[in-house]
Design a protein around this ligand. Structure first.
Ligand SMILES: C[S@@+](CC[C@H](N)C(=O)[O-])C[C@H]1O[C@@H](n2cnc3c(N)ncnc32)[C@H](O)[C@@H]1O
Length: 200
């Protein structure tokens, strides 16, 4: 039976003990939220799923920048969502909802997302969650994958052999039936905007 990690470059589950790294403000210098949100290009009043939201570092920024959006912060680990909820209790955001990514919620959200944001997730998810991600999209919706660039030396982030090069990332999503609409090189990351062509 296919595990949710099959197909991942780095199949270890993210360790919630490292969650503080996700809230390091330095991230916003080398991976500016505004740059990601321009690529995300969410329609006014749209639904955005932050898939693998972690502590919500980017979900909170998006909620502030775009109060018109309904932002669903999905994570498979209850410990990560607890950290996000704690932040939410200190900094309420009416347009940000934490959701456990289990079979029931994924089914309920099927076909409901205008955009999906997936930051530092592609290298650690298997093929099955990538298909689930695609199932969440409305017709004409798109997914923004942003992940550490395995083709360059970096002073931060996972070792190069734990992540994908932009070419490997594009091949991976294309193999699963996604179409790469836009590619962008960021300082330590790559970004791929993907639509659906066909999902196997
Ligand atoms: C490296 S962290 C990135 C968190 C956040 N996107 C950020 O950049 O701050 C990856 C997160 O993805 C979550 N994750 C991994 N696989 C997942 C899946 N199949 N469904 C939902 N969340 C997943 C992990 O629990 C973890 O919180």
């Amino acid at each position: 039976m296919e595990s949710s990690r099959d197909g991942a470059k780095q199949p270890e589950r993210f360790d919630p003990g490292r969650a503080a790294q996700l809230d390091d403000p330095a991230r916003f210098d080398y991976l500016p939220p505004a740059e990601l949100f321009a690529l995300l290009d969410a329609p006014k009043g749209g639904v955005v799923v932050d898939f693998g939201a972690g502590t919500g570092a980017y979900a909170f920024k998006l909620a502030q920048a775009r109060p018109d959006l309904d932002i669903l912060a999905l994570d498979e680990q209850p410990q990560m969502l607890e950290l996000l909820k704690k932040k939410l209790s200190l900094n309420p955001a009416a347009n940000l909802r934490p959701i456990l990514a289990d079979g029931k919620s994924l089914e309920a959200l099927r076909g409901g997302a205008d955009r999906i944001l997936a930051v530092n997730v592609l290298h650690e998810v298997g093929d099955a969650p990538l298909r689930q991600m695609a199932d969440l999209l409305k017709p004409g919706g798109s997914i923004l994958f942003v992940d550490w660039n395995g083709a360059i030396e970096r002073p931060v982030g996972p070792p190069r052999d734990h992540v994908l090069t932009p070419e490997e990332a594009a091949r991976r999503v294309q193999t699963l039936g996604m179409e790469v609409l836009t590619r962008r090189a960021l300082r330590y990351h790559y970004a791929l905007v993907c639509g659906l062509s066909r999902m196997d």
